[in-house]
Design a protein around this ligand. Structure first.
Ligand code: XMP
Length: 321
């Protein structure tokens, strides 16, 4: 029978016998998957594991801090942080096409991570690389049984051959809810274990239009309000994911304070789902939507309109890009 503890024991055994006394590397993304994968490997082989957190500057408010402080405090994992936000924003400058953004973030990630791996290799040979790949990632990227490639997920595929790591993917057969249960059983912070899924390319694919620091700041502020109010309403757990999207190249006329404004719309995209393969738009209480809308338009100067996405998946995907 399936229990978290069975899976943990089984995986710890499997990882131990495979890894032996070799060194292991893991990239933490800030999300649940890599956090749980790393914690499993850490339980199995302890300080033979080193984690690298590439801060690409595309995370939501507070997320980098949760990895750097809370997660490390809870696990005792050895973490190296690389602040690469300037580099990522430079590479993304002026790029509008969604697949292009994904490719750039994926490519830059590999370059930065490769460098961190080489620095580590200079100390001692690293044999294994941990990836937090889940079953739906495998299927959606076309690695499963004949499903079409819809969007290129940047955590499947891997690093250039000359780095030659063997992959350790302890979550490859699991769904999100199973991964969460395992994370909780491993004692990870609730803010990380219960965190909604978040795409590898981060906020870059929630800004419809080119990505820059100013637009990121607008989206972060709006996103934080939506998350705060969802949690305050006690509905955090009943929503699978709540992307907040900035239509950065769209403007509409509004009236705020005592004058005409010409600002950007924010899209709220709360969805319910079991595994992200299909999804339905969440019927959030109107009072909650009203509160979020009022706060965003009051507190985020550049936004003068809030709209709700009422499309299921299919035909819409969860993310806008
Ligand atoms: P879509 O937008 O295709 O998203 O309905 C399905 C789920 O996958 C997440 N997502 C990603 N996750 N790397 C990831 O690790 C990615 O490139 C990526 N793109 C989308 C999305 O947030 C949703 O949970």
């Amino acid at each position: 029978t399936w229990t978290s503890n069975n899976i943990i024991e089984e995986q710890v055994e499997a990882i131990r016998s495979r890894v032996g006394s070799k060194r292991v590397l893991c990239a933490l993304s800030g999300g649940v998957d890599s956090a749980v994968a790393a914690a499993l490997v850490h339980k199995a082989v302890g300080d033979q594991l080193t984690c690298v957190f590439v801060d690409h500057g595309l995370l939501r408010a507070g997320e980098a801090e949760q990895v750097e402080k809370d997660y490390v405090a809870a696990t005792g994992i050895n973490l190296k942080v690389v602040d690469a936000s300037v580099r990522f924003l430079g590479a993304l400058a002026g790029v509008i096409d969604p697949e292009q953004k994904r490719k750039i973030v994926g490519r830059e990630f590999i370059r930065v991570f490769e460098q961190a791996a080489r620095d580590l290799e200079a100390e001692e040979h690293v044999e294994f690389l941990v990836q937090g790949t889940l079953y739906p990632d495998v299927v959606e990227s076309g690695g499963g049984t004949g499903t079409a490639n819809i969007k290129s997920h940047h955590n499947v595929g891997g690093l250039p051959d000359d780095l030659q790591f063997a992959l350790v993917e302890p979550l490859r057969t699991l769904f999100k809810d199973e991964v969460r249960a395992i994370g909780a059983a491993l004692g990870l912070p609730e803010e990380i274990v219960m965190r909604h899924p978040f795409p590898g390319p981060g906020l870059s694919i929630r800004i419809i239009g080119a990505v820059d620091e100013e637009r990121l700041a607008i989206l972060r502020a709006a996103d934080l309000i939506a998350r705060e109010e969802l949690t305050a309403a006690g509905l955090d757990r009943s929503v699978w994911q709540f992307p907040v999207v900035l239509l950065a190249d769209v403007r509409s006329v509004g009236v705020q304070g005592d004058g005409r404004t010409y600002g950007h719309p924010i899209v709220l995209r709360p969805v319910s789902s079991d595994d992200a393969m299909t999804a339905d738009w969440s019927r959030l209480p109107h009072e909650l939507i009203a509160k979020i809308s009022t706060r965003i338009t009051n507190e985020v100067r550049e936004v003068n309109r809030v709209v709700v996405d009422v499309t299921s998946k299919p035909p819409g995907t969860i993310e806008w890009e």
